[in-house]
Design a protein around this ligand. Structure first.
Ligand SMILES: Nc1nc2c(c(=O)[nH]1)N(C=O)[C@@H](CNc1ccc(C(=O)N[C@@H](CCC(=O)O)C(=O)O)cc1)CN2
Ligand SMILES: Nc1nc2c(ncn2[C@@H]2O[C@H](COP(=O)(O)OP(=O)(O)OP(=O)(O)O)[C@@H](O)[C@H]2O)c(=O)[nH]1
Ligand SMILES: [K+]
Ligand SMILES: [Mg+2]
Length: 445
């Protein structure tokens, strides 16, 4: 296996940059670079570094991690050099001249995985941690680094294997049906497993925004003040505002910090009967924006009469009531209210979005905090979500088949559930799928 090298720190100006080296020749290459005979493992050693022409390139701290006690479980040497990109690149270049190969993105983590140092869920947590959008997500991912998801997988797997072993004995030896109390016991276990998996799946689904950043859509009929709200939240004039209905024609998406959360806020085209084909596309995008968001701000106008366009919005809210957090706001409350607003029920917030959005921001922060603080295990990738869903479905099918006495089909589905749940930790995937996964990592990880 090649000895690989990469700059592990991010590019740009910084006080220290780390160049990392992993593989069987790491120590020999470090000897060449540092002109030192010995490096005591896991001790920070101050050393000058030289390139292959014996020119001095830096004074650095060198740490040797002797296999298997390193991140990759191979021999690893780290060079903590002076920051900026020039010095680190000279160190990297020298290592390559001495025979190291430039690492592919994610290759250090991939080696850690292949050497059994981490499982796939831990590898994914490492990758996600780097890109995380909130403090809460970082904490969740660190729990996965500690093996929380790995242990959950082991627990589910163990119960399933127990069930399978028990039933398989009975397929082979029993002439008559399984005793009823046995079936009851197995069913209890299946029920417990399916409810745990479903809980994990649904709560993870609600909290995907923790990883990617929550999306908040502002919707409403034309002219209620959606773009005015976006601009006030961003504190600058991002969107065009006018008293002409249909001003915003395309969705506008911007990043915004709310408390500890980095969210994306989406201003949408006012939803109404479209007047032309471009407006129609804009409105379709508004509906897409709802689909893609976790939180929906539905805006209504205090100065206008309730009309068919508001009805369309209320209808949409009904459709998404169970899937999204919805905040109804009544805007333009600085203007006199000439018409009843009982169509809104009593759970809405009054707003003058051009003057003060603090109450709305507080409400958003409360929702974000509540979602973030759910304590259930968080699945952090589509891969993990699919695996849990597949395990869940197979357990459901198995449960039905058990009741019908179809033991062989039952065993087949339990087996599929085991494969599905195990895939979160282990690789049944072919090489190229693993390659694809790890190549999404940062360079030097
Ligand atoms: N300088 C540096 N900082 C870093 C990393 C790194 O690789 N280098 N990490 C990279 O992601 C993270 C820490 N992860 C690591 C995980 C395991 C080992 C390691 O050497 N494990 C050995 C020894 C364990 C021990 O002494 O307790 C082992 O598990 O056998 C090192 C870093 C974050 N900070
Ligand atoms: N009095 C008052 N006027 C407001 C308020 N918010 C927005 N407006 C006005 O309402 C009009 C429409 O505002 P926009 O922000 O363009 O409305 P919109 O919902 O984005 O409209 P479309 O993009 O056309 O769907 C503008 O003239 C704003 O100045 C408010 O709180 N009070
Ligand atoms: K407008
Ligand atoms: Mg607008």
């Amino acid at each position: 296996m090649d000895t690989i090298a990469a700059i592990a720190t991010s590019s740009g100006i910084g006080s220290i940059a780390i160049v990392r080296l992993s593989g069987a020749n790491a120590f020999a290459l470090a000897q060449k670079l540092s002109h030192k005979e010995t490096l005591e493992p896991r001790v920070a050693t101050l050393s000058f570094l030289y390139d292959p022409s014996n020119d001095l390139i830096d004074q650095a701290i060198v740490i040797y991690f002797k296999a298997p006690h390193s991140f990759t479980a191979e021999d690893v040497v780290e060079f903590q050099c002076h920051g900026g990109s020039i010095v680190a690149n000279m160190v990297l270049h020298s290592l390559i001249q001495y025979g190291a190969r430039l690492a592919y993105p994610g290759e250090f983590s991939k080696r850690a995985f292949l050497n059994g140092r981490i499982d796939l869920s831990e590898a994914e947590a490492i990758a996600a941690l780097i890109e995380t959008k909130s403090v809460e997500a970082a904490k969740m991912l660190t729990r996965q680094l500690k093996g929380e998801l790995k242990n959950f997988v082991l627990h589910v797997r163990e119960l399933l294997v127990e069930i399978l072993a028990f039933v398989e004995v009975n397929i082979d030896y029993a002439e008559e049906d399984l005793p009823l109390d046995m079936i009851e016991k197995i069913n209890e276990k299946l029920l417990y497993l399916s409810s745990e998996l479903l809980k994990t799946y649904e709560s993870s689904k609600r909290r995907q925004g923790l990883i990617q950043g929550f999306k908040i859509a502002i919707i409403g009929k034309p002219n209620v003040g959606k773009s005015s709200l976006l601009n006030h939240l961003l504190s600058y004039d991002r969107a065009i505002i006018s008293d002409i209905a249909g001003t915003t024609r395309d969705t506008i998406e911007e990043e915004l910090r709310i408390g500890t959360h980095l969210v994306r806020i989406v201003d949408t085209a006012g939803i109404r009967e479209a007047h032309d084909s471009i407006e129609k596309i804009g409105i379709e995008r508004s509906i897409m924006a709802i689909e893609e968001s976790e939180i929906v701000i539905a805006m209504f106008d205090n100065s206008k009469h309730y009309d068919d366009e508001d009805a369309v919005i209320l209808n949409l809210l009904n459709t998404y009531a169970s899937k999204k957090k919805i905040l109804k706001v009544l805007n333009k409350t600085d203007l006199p209210r000439l018409f009843e607003v009982d169509y809104l029920g009593n759970d809405f917030m009054m707003l003058v979005c051009q003057q003060d959005t603090q109450a709305l921001v507080n409400a958003l922060q409360r929702i974000l905090d509540e979602t973030a603080h759910e304590d259930t295990l968080l699945l952090t990738s589509v891969r993990q979500m699919d695996a849990v869903q597949k395990a869940y479905e197979n357990i459901k099918s198995a449960s039905l088949l058990l009741r019908e006495g179809e033991l062989e089909l039952f065993a087949f589905h339990v087996n599929d559930a085991i494969m599905a749940i195990s895939s979160i930790s282990m690789a049944f995937e072919r090489d190229e799928i693993l390659d694809k996964m790890f190549s999404n990592f940062c360079l030097g990880k």
